[in-house]
Design a protein around this ligand. Structure first.
Ligand SMILES: [Zn+2]
Ligand SMILES: [Zn+2]
Length: 169
């Protein structure tokens, strides 16, 4: 238990450092929140990265979110004993505890939806037609073809984001 507390402190510090390093990206991620959900059997540390209202869609489509996602996952490897997931949000972190709770609930529901492997023609995040989602590949220089990347939803104003790296989300 003590060890978990130590890891959580380490996670907290790492996320803070990484968030600062991401301030050179455009659009700029503005704030972040870190919380531990306890509804799933594996309990996850959820990292929420906030963009200014109206900037999230751009951040998803231009690859900024993907860069953050990659960077975080690569750098969070040392604390592999903690399950972690990153989601992107927009707007400001509410001060009202009820509104804050609502954000935690939505993120947890998203996490549960992603973990649910049931086959469906619709996306398990945004519920739009999954086959219309666009894949953006990152080419592996040695192999000459994409081995990882992310996908986005073409529906207007949909902020769906998933990576197809071999990890959750
Ligand atoms: Zn969508
Ligand atoms: Zn989707």
């Amino acid at each position: 238990m003590k060890n978990k507390k130590k890891l959580a402190d380490k996670l907290d510090k790492l996320v803070d450092q990484m968030f600062k390093a991401c301030q050179t990206l455009k659009p700029i991620p503005r704030e972040y929140l870190l919380f531990r959900e306890t509804l799933t059997p594996d309990d996850y540390w959820v990292i929420l990265i906030f963009f200014k209202t109206g900037e999230l869609n751009k951040a998803i489509k231009n690859g900024t979110c993907y860069k953050i996602h990659e960077y975080f996952y690569n750098n969070l490897n040392p604390i592999e004993d903690l399950n972690k997931i990153i989601f992107f949000e927009e707007g400001e972190i509410p001060e009202d505890p009820e509104e804050l709770n609502e954000i935690f609930t939505i993120a947890t529901e998203k996490l549960i939806a992603i973990a649910d492997g049931t086959e469906s023609p619709n996306c398990n995040i945004c519920n739009h037609n999954f086959h219309k989602h666009q894949f953006v590949g990152v080419v592996n220089k040695e192999l000459g073809y994409p081995t990882k990347g992310f996908l986005t939803c073409p529906e207007e104003n949909c902020n769906c984001f998933k990576t197809w790296n071999p990890q959750l989300s």
